[in-house]
Design a protein around this ligand. Structure first.
Ligand code: SAM
Length: 397
């Protein structure tokens, strides 16, 4: 078998351009049997989960797009979708913008998409060097994320093929080999999804680039259960993504008693509160999106909230750096606390670390614990007590 990816590509092009193959792929292939329909459904579920996990996206590349099996799903996760495949016949079976191109030389510049989606291709490459080349190309064009699938050799399906000695053009590999190859291509495995663990060969993976030239991956806030980082998408948009993660059961249990069990996650609560406050004319950061994943008991495993990126220090940091807020800022701050109370919002977090010092005045953030109450008078008393204590602590009274 030839070691060159180009030679292998030529064989695959012939295979997929052969009469009837593309038509069958877009028609019967994924609908004919119950098994195929189930696989198709589970593949979509994993892809959807990983797309959400990755956070807001600007541009997605689907390569190979085949006959557009994932087009609809991918379109709902990014405003722009690029679809590329090397087979003219396969592309001929789908509609919408698409381009012909091979994975060995993706016709895109470095870091030009936010996520590269590569489903059901890697198992067609028998040689490690070919898979590494393919993964390196995906890593080159993506700013950060890759979703790929490969065939795992340590499962019943692969074992049965080996025992039967059936010749096939699908080449399973071990999970370790896949991880090593991904690493050599500059990618690390973040999440794995199985169609049927131990039985079916297909594994879906979310990969993340290990290095990024402009350093957007480094969180500027990192605690045991949360991190905040600035993301700049390939379309130039920037925002902050706050991620809450409860990997340990004890932390999940503890968080459950505070806010997450069977009630909205922190990310959802924060998103909805920010939205409502903006509607009421309160100066808070603009929320963009949120997402959560729960375990089967209803505990939140992870969630994230994306907001606009306001590049300004919080009041605490501002004061600690030896700055004094202007009188106009201070008046606006007092006014904003009054407006919050008048709107009947019990903020539960009127702290200097939760308000930004911007050229346009104070901008509040982190209202995850805020609640909307009926009685503005009692709300005002609690808010003002909290705010006064904070002012005293800061020595601004
Ligand atoms: C099994 S289909 C998968 C299509 C789609 N990703 C899906 O899951 O429905 C494999 C696709 O890979 C394409 N392909 C094979 N080798 C390729 C290469 N080197 N570069 C780009 N596309 C390739 C084929 O033309 C075919 O459309």
């Amino acid at each position: 078998m030839s070691g060159s990816i180009r030679d292998r590509e030529a064989i695959l092009r012939e295979d997929y351009d052969a009469v009837g193959v593309a038509k069958n792929y877009s028609g019967a292939r994924w609908t004919e049997t119950q098994h195929a329909r189930r696989t198709h459904r589970i593949e979509h579920a994993w892809a959807k989960r990983f797309l959400r996990w990755a956070g807001p996206l600007g541009i997605i590349l689907d390569l190979p797009c085949g006959t557009g099996r994932f087009s609809r799903l991918l379109q709902t996760h990014a405003p722009k979708l690029l679809q590329v495949d090397q087979s003219e016949a396969m592309l001929g079976q789908m509609s919408g913008p698409r381009a012909q191109g091979a994975i060995s030389r993706i016709p895109l510049a470095n870091d030009s998409v936010d996520l590269a989606f590569c489903f059901r291709l890697l198992h067609h490459f028998p040689e490690s060097v070919q898979r590494k080349e393919a993964l390196s190309e995906l890593a080159r064009v993506s700013r950060r994320w890759v979703i790929a699938s490969y065939f795992d050799r340590s499962c019943f399906q692969a074992w049965r093929h080996r025992v039967r000695g059936r010749k096939s053009n699908r080449f399973p590999q071990s999970r370790k080999t896949f991880q090593d190859e991904a690493e050599l291509a500059g990618l690390r495995v973040v999440r794995e999804g199985f169609i049927a663990r131990g039985i079916s060969e297909q594994v879906v993976v979310l990969l993340e680039k290990m290095e990024c030239s402009d350093g957007v991956f480094k969180p500027f806030v990192q605690t045991e259960t949360s991190s905040v980082e600035k993301r700049t998408l390939s379309n130039g948009q920037s925002h902050f993504v706050k991620r809450y993660d409860f990997p340990k059961p004890l932390r999940r249990l503890e968080a459950a008693f505070r806010h997450t069990w069977r009630s909205p996650s922190r990310a959802e609560r924060e998103f909805l509160n920010l939205q409502k406050m903006r509607e009421l004319g309160i100066s808070v950061v603009q929320p963009i999106d949120w997402w959560e994943r729960r375990d089967s008991f209803g505990f939140v495993r992870e969630s994230w909230l994306a907001t606009e990126a306001v590049e300004a220090p919080d009041l605490d940091t501002y004061l600690q750096a030896g700055n004094q807020p202007s009188t106009a800022y201070f008046h606006a701050l007092v006014e904003s606390v009054r407006a919050i109370s008048q709107a009947g919002i019990l903020y539960r977090g009127l702290r200097a670390r939760n308000v930004l010092v911007t050229d346009n005045g104070p901008v509040w953030l982190d209202p995850a614990k805020a609640s909307f109450q009926q009685n503005p008078q009692s709300v005002a008393l609690t808010n003002e007590k909290e705010f006064r204590e904070e002012i005293r602590r800061l020595g601004l009274d």
